[in-house]
Design a protein around this ligand. Structure first.
Ligand code: ZN
Length: 209
């Protein structure tokens, strides 16, 4: 189901509830008038609705425009994305939405973190295997880098070991739950993505509203 109108304001009757004193209880509304076409309309708010710095009564709005309610800058992209949400929740808290959206983005970014770690580690091991013959053939058959580490360790030079350590430390700092910041271990991103929740804090990383 897709939305036709999103109402914004301080009161809980709105689709998007923005709890900020300078915003009127019924501040403005946005209508979807076509594919990717939206009209924002001020509903007689006290402190005004602004698009790209201009106070408006009614005007077109795009995701990259600046939308301001009173003196609060809203993320227009985020607000307009509500039209595409499958969820039919009647009330959405703006602060909660912004937070959850950030969590989801941070979570999805872990894919890059994991892939970079795996490829960097492979490169390091390839490099070190050149100096220790016999390891190269085995490397391509090892599915997980974690297990490979122990096997290769004996043939590694000090420099490679130091780099490997550095890589692991960096990974531990970056491959973390975006909510509780705990290290997610060597579990591949695809697994995390399938489960969608943190085993420590139980947060749902991909929740929609
Ligand atoms: Zn967590």
């Amino acid at each position: 189901m897709s939305r036709e109108v999103i109402k914004l304001g301080r009161s809980s009757e709105n689709t998007l509830v923005v709890s900020y004193p300078k915003i009127s209880s019924k501040h403005c509304q946005i209508r979807k008038v076509g594919e990717g076409e939206f009209i924002v309309e001020d509903l007689g708010s006290t402190n005004g609705t602004f698009v790209n710095g201009r106070r408006i009564k009614q005007t077109k709005i795009k995701p990259d425009d600046e939308l301001k309610l009173a003196d609060m800058v809203m993320d227009a992209k985020l607000v307009l994305s509500l039209f595409d949400l499958k969820s039919d929740a009647e009330k959405i808290d703006y602060a909660g939405l912004a937070k959850q959206t950030a969590i989801k983005a941070d979570f999805l970014n872990l894919k890059k973190v994991y892939e970079k770690y795996v490829s960097d580690k492979k490169m390091l091991m390839m490099g070190s295997s050149l100096t220790s013959t016999g390891l190269r053939a085995g490397l391509s058959m090892i599915p997980y880098v974690g297990t490979a580490l122990g096997i290769v360790a004996t043939g590694m030079t000090g420099t490679v070991q130091a780099k490997m350590y550095e890589l692991d430390e960096k990974f531990k700092m970056e491959y973390i739950c975006p909510v509780c910041f705990r290290f997610l271990g060597n579990e591949p991103f695809d697994n995390l993505n399938k489960r969608g929740t943190c085993i420590y804090c139980k947060s749902n990383w991909k929740k929609d509203f």
